[in-house]
Design a protein around this ligand. Sequence first.
Ligand SMILES: O=C(CO)COP(=O)(O)O
Length: 138
Amino acid sequence: MSSRTIALVAHDHKKAELLEWVKQHIDTLRPFRIVATGTTGALIHDNTGLEVHRFKSGPLGGDQQIGALIADGNLDGLFFFWDPLNPAPHDPDVKALLRLCSVWNVPVACSPATADLIVTSPLFSDPSHLRKVPNYGK
Ligand SMILES: O=C(CO)COP(=O)(O)O
């Protein structure tokens, strides 16, 4: 089992798309430790058999729990199919999570196209060549 961790998250209107994408790339994803927000994690586990560590549901703090992983340097990629057509009560949490990906230089995909590019990149299989996180001196 890889010690690298990825997070899978999808808003309700995007869950089917994420599930389809996971099924398509299941062999690539299998070696990773997989975490997810609650409902997304259950859906992925129930439909693929992948082991998924489930945090709380997004609206109840799951995005922030994944953000904490990032701040601690423990997340290697985020696949977050968020819904651009519907507002959510926890939109500030979503923005905070995406912001932390930029702060910590974590690869993040918000669509199947970008997710495809990330998992097929040589940089994803050998992250030692990824640009290092800047030292913010804090
Ligand atoms: O709302 C979410 C992310 O912002 C996703 O949460 P669920 O996986 O619990 O539906």
